[in-house]
Design a protein around this ligand. Structure first.
Ligand code: PFF
Length: 461
């Protein structure tokens, strides 16, 4: 093990990084973004973004982390470009914002686990009441933050790695079984059609921007999470193939989650998909009723589902907390346990408005009205938009940094460690083209469009 702690194996790194990527973003957020984005057309754009734009960003982040063995800010300093560490700082800020609301939703997932154990299948219809009960939901989210802190304070190879290796495969199996079940239900095909048959006339700027934000969020990119995890990776490992596996695992999970949810939505609505845009409540409203149809097995399957979802969220919250904690530990030489406690506490406090944004407080529930919007946006959704937008900006800056400041040849040198055939490979040419030209140009262009569409209501198409 390296002096500052490291993953004990390649599988350990992949499991932990995939554990970071796979989480509420795949099972909670992806389906409702697809619903809001009009269905299959969103899915197509999302897939293109993940493979063409995001994969090169992931490779770059991991390479910077492994080269420097530093946290998201220290990495830029170690390469000798101190001014660029503002990209790392932006990343830490994004991580703090994301964790502040993500932890609230993770609390909902855990709360639903308890509700399922108690056999309360009607909780789906009472979702609004559930989220408005901020004492109860607050307690769940405190519990969640404590669990996250416990794992982070024990360090990467102790906690993160072990948990991910067992829980990820269990979650995949669970979702696969539910996909099979969803296909047997009446009206399932209306859901499948909504999800898989694209209507390209639905594409507009808002859809493109939603898909771009979602692809960064889902792959945990643009905020230095993978710089941090890469810093624990051994030189013997192949960064390119590991990143490809992580991308595939993450995209695969999101895709399966959609394939599971939309037939369920169609089943609950009698085949009417006009209300598929369920927002943050989509899975929480739709799933419990479906578990009820399973009779006695419903309690077991429903509980297991939300328990596994909570664990998937946990491996992501761990990575979100790890980014600021490793920064404080490395740069301020603070003890890991103390740093974890302080950072987690601050993030919990920042999350309180999100906790109150779903029924408990009108101020945070109707927080801001975007230009041209008909109705206000709640604080949690707003925080999500800000954070995702920062991720796209952070990701753009990271590839620009790698290509033009650190220089492609240094990046390539790092990528060839652990990948002997790299210098003659097609992958090298592909990455050089995307990282030097395609990603910076497209990302910056898209970033501007995201801001215009999200916050100024400007839409094309
Ligand atoms: N990728 C996680 C998910 O999809 O649930 C969320 C996330 C984790 C985003 C870590 C960013 C990050 F650095």
């Amino acid at each position: 093990m390296a002096a500052r702690g490291g993953f004990s194996s390649r599988l350990g790194f992949i499991a932990a990084a995939a554990g970071s990527a796979v989480g509420l973003g795949n099972i909670w957020k992806f389906p409702f973004e697809v619903g809001d984005g009009g269905g299959a057309a969103f899915v197509v754009i999302y897939l293109l973004f993940c493979f063409i734009l995001c994969f090169p960003v992931m490779v770059t982040e991991v390479a910077i982390g492994r080269k420097t063995q530093k946290n998201a800010v220290g990495a830029f300093n170690a390469l000798g470009f101190k001014r660029w560490n503002v990209v790392g700082k932006l990343g830490i800020l994004s991580g703090v914002i994301i964790l502040s609301f993500y932890n609230v939703v993770a609390g909902w997932a855990f709360g639903y686990f308890i509700e399922m154990v108690l056999g309360h299948f009607d909780i789906g219809q009472r979702f609004g009441e559930f989220t408005a009960d901020f004492i109860k939901v607050g307690a769940y989210s405190i519990l969640f933050m404590l669990a996250t802190s416990y794992i982070v304070s024990r360090g990467v190879s102790g906690g993160i790695e072990k948990a991910s290796k067992i829980l990820m495969p269990a979650l995949i199996l669970m979702i696969l079984s539910l996909v099979v079940y969803s296909f047997t239900l009446p009206n399932a095909m209306a859901g499948v059609e909504f999800y898989l048959v694209p209507d390209f006339s639905k594409i507009n700027l808002a859809v493109i921007s939603g898909a771009l934000r979602q692809s960064f969020f889902s792959l945990s990119l643009g905020m230095g999470a993978l710089i941090t995890y890469g810093s624990y990776l051994s030189k013997k490992e192949n960064i390119v193939s590991s990143s490809a596996l992580i991308t595939l695992a993450d995209v695969g999970m999101a895709f399966l989650a959609g394939l599971m949810i939309f037939p369920f939505v169609a089943f609950n609505s009698g085949g009417d998909m006009s209300n598929a845009s369920g927002g943050a409540g989509l899975i929480f409203v739709n799933l419990p009723g479906v578990f009820e149809t399973l009779g006695g097995a419903g309690v077991v399957i429903g509980s297991l589902f939300f328990l596994l979802l909570s664990f998937a969220a946990l491996t992501s919250t761990v990575s979100l907390l790890e980014v600021p904690v490793s920064y404080v530990v490395d740069e301020y030489k603070m003890k890991r346990s103390k740093a974890t406690m302080i950072v987690a506490f601050i993030i919990f406090l920042i999350g309180i408005p999100s906790l109150l944004a779903n029924g408990a407080s009108d101020l945070f529930g109707r927080f801001v009205t975007y230009f041209n919007a008909n109705s206000p946006t709640d604080f949690m959704t707003f925080a999500g938009h800000i954070a995702d937008t920062f991720l796209v900006l952070g990701g753009s800056l990271i590839v620009i940094f790698a290509a033009y400041v650190w220089k492609t040849k240094n990046l390539e040198q790092e990528l060839s460690e652990g990948y002997s055939g790299f210098s003659n490979s097609f992958v090298k040419k592909y990455l050089r083209f995307t990282i030097s030209y395609l990603s910076p140009v497209l990302l910056i262009l898209l970033f501007v469009l995201v801001v215009l569409s999200n916050f100024f209501g400007i839409n094309i198409g």
